[in-house]
Design a protein around this ligand. Structure first.
Ligand code: 4NP
Length: 171
């Protein structure tokens, strides 16, 4: 008698599901740089058919004034001009729990890096890295529209580098 295909051994294999990588981008206010990085990363992962492999979020070291706010309209419009939506994002402050919840936390500039390293609990899961190794993504908030264009380009390049490196790690 042939084996039924509904017997467990017939159709189950125990290949583990690769774990999701959780990525957090951090700036000061969580309304300009880090929401842009979040939007660009989502866009790239989606284009590559890899959105299920990542959880992406962003936060601010000092989002107190902006908590709950949507991204700055200047960031929204530069991102939109590049086909990227920042819709649905809301500013929040970095939480202690983020250090255990995320695998990687990317600091937009060295002040964020220092703040994150100072608050990172001993033994936390997250690895804190500079978004652009050896370089800063400058704060565009007080400047004009050209600053937002410049920052978008830096962020686009940084996210491509990070996405490719994370994809490499998984293969
Ligand atoms: P972000 O830009 O850190 O890229 O979101 C800023 C937004 C607001 C402030 C500073 C930076 N602020 O001082 O309110």
């Amino acid at each position: 008698m042939s084996q039924s295909c509904f017997q467990r051994d017939c159709f189950l294999d125990d290949t583990p599901v690769p774990p999701m990588i959780k990525v957090l981008f951090v700036c000061t206010g969580n309304i300009c740089r880090s929401p842009t990085a979040e939007g660009v990363f989502r866009h790239l992962a989606q284009k590559a058919g890899r959105e299920a492999a990542y959880e992406v979020d962003s936060a601010g070291t000092d989002a107190g004034f902006h908590a709950g706010d949507p991204p700055d309209p200047r960031s929204v419009s530069v991102a939109a001009a590049h086909g990227i939506s920042l819709a649905g994002q809301k500013a929040r402050r970095v939480r202690g729990f983020d250090f255990d919840d995320f695998d990687r936390i990317y600091a937009m500039d060295s002040s964020h890096y220092q703040a994150l390293e100072a608050f990172k609990p001993a033994g936390a899961r997250a690895r804190v890295e500079m978004f652009l190794p050896g370089a800063e993504v400058p704060d565009p908030w007080y400047g004009g529209d050209e600053g937002f264009d410049h920052v978008f380009r830096l962020i686009e390049a940084g996210v491509h580098r990070i996405f490719e490196a994370l994809e490499q790690e998984r293969t």
